[in-house]
Design a protein around this ligand. Structure first.
Ligand code: BG6
Length: 454
């Protein structure tokens, strides 16, 4: 029997922006069992019809091309209950409404994860139930450990989905195929041949009404601690014995454990933080970040972060890995760039051409290999070109794939308890040094390419 969904936080942005569109895609692709119902829960004073109406309006915005039939199919499955997720009696009556196993999706602000899991632990959810938790999983190592302990009191690890939708993006999953199904790359995939790795996620979007979450989180907790460090694990892991939940996550964990925990002086050298000031992104005029509604300037939240990590193992010793992300930037730039070392000797009489690069780009999903070949005119005059290929469009968008894994109980691409904790171990020294003011908070105008970094 396929589990029903109980979405806690059904009136929130995550539900309307990601979960409802994902359910539409699942219905469209005939991946959602016709009996599965979706129960929305929040503190809004709504009834079933009002929830359906709210969802229908948001779906028009987020999946404008979905057919009327598919939308009607989804709306017919929706039910609504008003409840406070920390109220045991209220939540108990919500889950009584679900007859079989349930997927409890915590589409909630991170501050509510612990109290909600505490409430859920008291309810005896039917066998086969699952719990889905968004990121950031905790706010530091201690809170992540505490949340894990709490979860393990009532759920088996394979019923816990700490989700990261970046791992569901097809081009990200392609990293595994590219590395482990081709002889040519893996032979060069180490410190002897690779000089530097850059993982960049610059976004044109700014706050988009998410200040209540983002201002307490910032770029480091929102993007680097989870999404970008996860991408790093796929790029840097050793070859797994097989692609399954245990082997893949064991190898990712090895990478996380090998990432150096920086001293305060190293954090000063290896990290940058900044926030945007007034500017324009495309047609949108943006105020200073500190003047955005709901922002408390005293929190000194960063909207841009750049962190250089080092992996202390045989494969990667000495190779800097730069993770960078920013909001309200001039252009969307979502890519992983592998920079190879220069050739040991250049026999050509010209200044050295750029070294080889491998670029994995998202939106549009594309792979490019930068090589030096004969240019036009003089055949010994070298030119750097990028050989590009478009990657396949994925049949299901990331959040739909994520929900499908939860429905099927496949935890391979969910973050295991130990991975979530290790990521905090890496980021914590940075958080400490930043909170002590050891790294200046720089500024960059919205719509620019980011702060000037020395
Ligand atoms: C979310 C972050 O997890 O990922 C956002 O909270 C970010 O700040 C988003 O904008 C980016 O993901 P996508 O898939 O929408 O590009």
């Amino acid at each position: 029997m396929a589990p029903d969904f109980v979405i806690l936080g059904a009136a929130g942005d995550l539900t309307s922006r990601y979960l409802m569109p994902a359910l539409v895609h699942l219905i469209q692709a005939e991946h959602l069992d016709p009996d599965v119902s979706i129960l929305g829960v929040s503190r809004q004073d709504w009834n079933d019809d009002q929830f359906r109406q709210h969802s229908a309006e948001r779906l028009k915005q987020h999946v404008p091309n979905a057919s009327a039939e598919v939308i009607a199919n989804l709306l017919a499955r929706l039910q609504y209950r008003r409840a406070d997720v920390t109220d045991r009696a209220a939540l108990s009556s919500v889950f009584h409404q679900v007859k079989g196993p349930a997927i409890a999706y915590l589409a909630l602000p991170p501050s509510l994860f612990t109290p909600t899991v505490e409430t859920l632990s008291d309810l005896d959810l039917p066998r086969g139930s699952r719990i889905v938790i968004e990121k950031p999983f905790g706010t530091d190592l201690a809170s992540a450990q505490q949340l894990n302990r709490l979860l393990h009191d009532s759920f088996a690890e394979d019923a816990v989905f700490r989700v990261d939708h970046f791992l569901m993006k097809q081009t990200i999953q392609n990293i595994l195929g590219l590395r482990f199904a081709n002889r040519i790359f893996e032979m060069l995939w180490n410190r002897d041949h690779i000089e530097r790795i850059e993982i960049t996620w610059d976004e044109t979007v700014a706050l988009e009404g998410r200040a209540s979450y983002y201002d307490r989180s910032g770029a480091l907790r929102d993007m680097i601690q989870n999404h970008l460090i996860q991408l790093l694990t796929l790029v840097c892991m050793e070859p797994p014995v097989s692609i399954n939940a245990r082997d893949l996550r064991d190898r990712k964990l090895d990478v996380l454990r090998a990432i150096r925990r920086d001293s305060p002086a190293e954090v000063e050298r290896h990290t940058y933080r900044a926030r945007y000031t007034a500017g324009q992104v495309g047609d949108t005029i943006l105020p200073n970040y500190t003047d955005e509604e709901g922002v408390d300037p005293d929190r000194r939240t960063e909207t841009f972060a750049q962190v250089t990590l080092h992996i202390d193992n045989w494969r990667w010793a000495g190779v800097p890995i730069v993770l960078r992300t920013g909001k309200a930037m001039a252009a969307d730039r979502h890519e992983i760039v592998i920079r190879f070392r220069p050739v040991p000797h250049l026999a050509f009489e010209q200044s050295p051409p750029p070294s080889n690069i491998l670029r994995l780009q998202l939106n549009p999903d594309r792979m490019a290999l930068g090589v030096n070949i004969n240019g036009p005119g003089d055949p010994f005059d070298l030119e750097h070109v990028e050989l590009t290929t478009d990657c396949c469009r994925q049949e299901l968008p990331a959040y739909a794939r994520l929900l499908l894994d939860v429905i099927e109980g496949d935890t391979m691409l969910s973050i295991r308890d130990d991975e979530a904790e290790e990521s905090w171990r890496i980021v914590e020294p940075i958080l400490h040094a930043w909170s002590e003011g050891r790294v200046p908070l720089l500024e960059y105008p919205a719509g620019s390419t980011g702060p000037h970094l020395e």
